[in-house]
Design a protein around this ligand. Structure first.
Ligand code: SF4
Length: 472
């Protein structure tokens, strides 16, 4: 019987995207555009909350930004302050209650919160809060922060937010919106990015600079790790309420997650990816007829590899940009794999050729194998896979949806076993040192836990997706 088959993409799921603006008459519409630019960070739900100084109004639903927001919905989001969120839910509870921003009304007044990252002690805190009488409206770890905030007796907004955040551990880039203020906060390790921009006297905070570029806003600076920024009628005020921790920015943002045109952790992503490719060519050279990327995330690394190795760069894969989340199989024959639905190969280009394929990562290995098979079926004489990061062996506790470690092919197979499984003639991964050579901050300022197993913040909770929804 024919049935709907998911279009598999053997990649880590992106986390969440945040966009906030203070002091612009078209705040909600600009937020809508900003979320468009950040859509790659979350495709399951989208939401915008706006304030006219009297009341917060919220619209959120499951779906892409374009599906969720009609003109009428945006029309109702009045005010010169707004904050929006796109989310990828990790498992199970893909319900609207978990969509963000989360809006509550407590004795301190209305407040909305959007979160990028993942807390490592949210389940423990939730248990304590529930025992003390708190009633949660979602299974998202983010809501814990709002309950802590509502219980705070501190008078000033920034003090109450800082007090609630001092209890949580893990990764958070956050935007709070009240009737009068937009507040940004970033955890002391700085796992997830957060930047400040300016547009016509308005202040913007966003996950990535690509959201600033789309609305012609100017990049001002990053929200620093451990910084809390209050934007209100007094201007922009910066606080450092958390004890300092060693900075550990997520380098996977550069390898795969962030958009190539964004500046993340101080570096432009496309240039970092290009350098990853250059370094990959130095570490794993091989002769071939041409280098080709897996579109789109392998693109810049493949260019770097081709330039360094002085081998021609060609686009052998063609990507279908109009694929939905599932497709209907025509029969039980399973005629087409999800990879074939998404990617095609230029047969005349690859026939009898020696091809170097550059991809950003290998996760379970299944998708890589299918992609390589497309080349082999098209008659490629040799296929050499080059991966622009080290073998991914460990899960992430800081806001990226990884498969369980046991499902990561590199966690329990040697490189040679992976090579055979994928079906390539040679396989080369970038080294951890090589990866770190492509970024400009000191090497110890990056988290590399999914390759090295060295976790900057050990998890307190049992990170079981079935028990507790990890945020994003
Ligand atoms: S474990 Fe990997 S994906 Fe997670 S924050 Fe660290 S580097 Fe990024």
């Amino acid at each position: 019987m024919a049935g709907a088959t998911p279009v598999l993409d053997d990649h880590f799921r992106d986390q969440c995207g945040l966009f906030g603006i203070y002091g612009h008459p078209e705040a909600a519409r600009l937020t809508y555009l900003g979320l468009y630019a950040l859509q790659h960070r979350g495709q399951e739900s989208a939401g915008i909350v706006a304030s006219d100084g009297q009341k917060l109004r919220l619209e959120k639903a499951m779906g892409l930004v374009n599906d969720v927001f009609t003109d009428a919905r945006l029309e109702g989001l009045v005010g010169d302050k707004a904050m929006g969120h796109v989310r990828y839910s990790t498992a199970g509870d893909t319900v609207t209650a978990n969509a963000q921003p989360i809006l509550i009304d407590c004795h301190r007044g209305q407040i909305a919160l959007g979160h990028n990252g993942n807390l490592v002690n949210a389940a423990m805190l939730r248990h304590e809060l529930e025992a003390a009488g708190s009633i949660f409206q979602s299974t998202s770890d983010t809501e814990v922060i709002l309950h802590l905030y509502a219980r705070s007796h501190r008078e000033r907004l920034e003090d109450a937010i800082a007090a609630s955040l001092s209890k949580v551990m893990g990764a958070f880039s956050l935007l709070f919106l009240t009737n009068d203020a937009l507040v940004a906060a970033r955890d002391p390790w700085g796992f997830r990015p957060l930047v400040i921009g300016k547009l016509e006297g308005a202040t913007i905070v966003a996950s990535e600079t690509c959201a600033l570029d789309l609305i012609d806003a100017e990049y001002v600076r990053d929200v620093e790790p451990g910084e809390l920024v209050v934007i209100d009628r007094k201007g922009i005020r910066s606080f450092r309420p958390f004890p300092p921790e060693p900075v550990r920015q997520c380098i996977f943002e550069h390898v795969y997650f962030a958009r190539p045109d964004s500046r993340v952790h101080g570096d432009v992503v496309q240039y970092v990816r290009h350098k990853l490719g250059v370094q990959l060519a130095k570490e794993h050279p091989i002769d071939a007829d041409f280098v080709t990327p897996i579109p789109d995330s392998g693109l810049y690394a493949a260019q770097g590899y081709a330039e360094e190795s002085k081998i021609k760069y060609k686009m052998a894969y063609v990507r279908n940009h109009y694929v939905g989340r599932t497709f209907i199989q025509p029969s039980q024959d399973q005629r087409s794999s999800s990879v074939e639905i998404k990617l095609a190969v230029l047969r005349d280009m690859v026939k009898n050729k020696r091809v170097i394929v550059v991809d950003d990562s290998v996760i379970r290995g299944t998708t890589s194998r299918s992609r390589i098979r497309l080349l082999k079926d098209a008659g490629a004489k040799e296929v050499h896979l080059r991966v622009s990061c080290p073998p991914t062996k460990h899960g992430c506790y800081y806001g990226i949806d990884f498969p369980n470690s046991k499902d990561l092919i590199a966690s329990n197979h040697t490189i040679e076993e992976i090579r055979k499984h994928i079906g390539v003639d040679t396989l080369g991964y970038l080294s951890v040192e090589g990866m770190l050579s492509a970024v400009t901050s000191p090497k110890e300022h990056y988290c590399t836990a999914c390759w090295t197993g060295k976790y900057p913040v050990p998890p307190v909770d049992e990170m079981d997706k079935g028990k507790h929804e990890r945020n994003c």
